[in-house]
Write a protein that binds this ligand. Structure first.
Ligand code: UDX
Length: 468
């Protein structure tokens, strides 16, 4: 009997990784494929609101596996190390048993695993069990390229990136010789070379080359030279982004919009949409540092004063777990909020894509997580960048110096710079940035339309998956 494709998707258990992979799951199901989406037990419980997705996609199934941490163990960014190491020991062992069952005993055996690159243990397990495996890189392609050049960077004496000599140019990332300063290398390179976290991620990256295909949430023309460099190391590459925009293109707009709102671990406070409705065209700055951003109280107050002094209305996502030492209480003192309630709207979690698409939003103060960067691009909202970890530092460099759609304030955090950059993006330099932005927005939308490269590459990926 002919084997029907059944794909097991394995995200790294964090918002920025789950969301794009869930969009891919929906796209595969929309094409009639069977998908099992494997969350950790903890996230599975946070995502109970996913039920309507299963109703919309009858071939989408959710399963869960332990992340190895006690139920009450915190799972925010401050505990990312605990999660990473626990997943790579406990989850790894359970995954072997689960995949062995799903690929042999199940009615519809799993024929292909698509694993987040940080879950690289799945690569060898799948291969050992004779199941095809592909890898999904949830970050920016330019960050991957800089990681693949790791030996050259060591040779060049650039690593680890410390506090000194941060403006020295980096030569070891071919194609980016005139672009990158040490401070623009991904945040991971700021760790010591013998830091187990660093070693673990580099091992994951090396493991990726053992898979049959690499999938990127990006679109052609955005980073072509980088993609060509990476392509020389992988047998097949699929650029199928921006995934949430591709979802909108393939599935009726209103349906896909409500579907993508399910792809979040947190429930959004929608009251900010009503507030946005009352603001004038392109007047508001949306401030969000993603699901993992972490800042001190001092930094938070600099942002607060910078925003207030800019004179612009702002909508700000202030996550309680995103401020060091703000246990329980509201991190912005009541007396500061008093005078600005009309102009500054605060939420714990926003429906970000909808916010960025709202006509009142004219600027985005962001940490440049890859999802946020793509979402800013798709909505044509110029950015002020405050990168913190992961790929953010290199993404913000591209935003400001290559795509020219924003300003980069990395490694500074003072109220006058914030005020100055907000004013520049919203007024003084807006016109020039919008010219570059309009070009990139068009590229992004053309790629996901029928006949566009991401649209076409998704079809090729589906054909590839079907080659059981
Ligand atoms: C992390 C890394 O930082 C990022 O660089 C990597 O590419 C993926 O994992 P995160 O820091 O959370 O992710 O940032 P980002 O990639 O921007 O993802 C955050 C997601 O949460 C975005 O899709 C955004 O739309 C969503 N979000 C964020 C909301 O829906 N509401 C919010 O209030 C804040």
């Amino acid at each position: 009997m002919e084997q029907q494709p059944h794909i097991l998707l394995l995200p790294f258990p964090a918002q920025g990784h789950i969301k794009p992979l869930l969009s891919l799951a929906e796209l595969l199901c929309h094409a009639g494929l069977h998908v099992t989406f494997l969350n950790t037990d903890h996230n599975h419980h946070c995502l109970t609101h996913l039920q309507p997705l299963s109703a919309h996609f009858p071939t989408l199934h959710f399963d869960s596996i332990s992340d190895g941490l006690p139920t009450d163990h915190p799972r925010n960014i401050q505990f990312m190390r605990d999660i990473l190491f626990s997943v790579k020991s406990v989850t790894k062992l359970r995954f072997r048993d689960l995949l062995a069952d799903l690929s042999t005993k199940s009615e519809r055996p799993v024929t292909c695993v698509i694993a987040d690159s940080i879950m690289s243990f799945a690569i060898d397990i799948a291969k050992e069990l004779g199941v095809r495996v592909m890898t999904f890189w949830a970050l920016s392609p330019c960050s991957l390229w800089s990681f693949l050049c790791f030996p050259k960077l060591i040779e060049e004496g650039q690593l680890p990136v410390g506090d000194d000599d941060m403006d020295r140019m980096v030569r070891g990332v071919p194609g980016m010789e005139d672009l990158l300063r040490r401070r623009d290398l991904p945040g991971l390179y700021r760790l010591k070379l013998d830091d187990p976290f660093f070693i673990s991620i580099i091992e994951d990256i090396m493991a990726m080359t053992r898979t049959s295909a690499l999938i990127f949430n990006t679109f052609d023309n955005l980073e072509d030279p980088t993609i060509s460099h990476i392509a020389s190391l992988f047998s097949r590459i699929y650029t199928i982004g921006p995934l949430t925009t591709l979802l909108t293109s393939r599935i009726e707009h209103d349906v896909s919009r409500s579907l993508s709102s399910f792809n979040n671990l947190c429930e959004a406070d929608r009251s900010c949409m009503t507030w946005l409705d009352s603001q004038s065209l392109r007047s508001v700055v949306y401030v969000s540092f993603g699901s993992t951003g972490l800042m001190t109280r001092g930094q938070l107050l600099e942002f607060w004063h910078g925003m207030v002094n800019s004179g612009k209305p702002f909508l700000w996502v202030v996550r309680r777990d995103g401020i060091e030492g703000a246990e329980g209480e509201h991190p912005i003192p009541e007396e500061l909020q008093e005078g600005t309630k009309e102009r500054g709207f605060l939420v714990d979690w926003a429906p970000q894509e909808e916010v960025l698409a709202h006509q009142a939003v004219g600027g985005f103060l962001t940490h440049n997580g890859w999802n946020s960067t793509l979402e800013g691009i798709v909505s044509g909202v110029p950015m002020v960048c405050w990168p913190t970890i992961a790929d953010h530092q290199i993404n913000s460099r591209l935003v400001s110096e290559v795509w020219r759609i924003g300003l980069d304030m990395k490694d500074t955090c003072d109220r006058s710079t914030i005020e100055m950059m907000i004013r520049a993006v919203m007024e003084e330099r807006r016109e020039e940035m919008m010219k570059s932005m309009d070009r990139i927005v068009k590229l992004a939308h053309d790629c996901v339309d029928q006949g566009g490269s991401s649209y076409h590459n998704l079809d090729k990926l589906i054909e590839d998956i079907k080659q059981v």
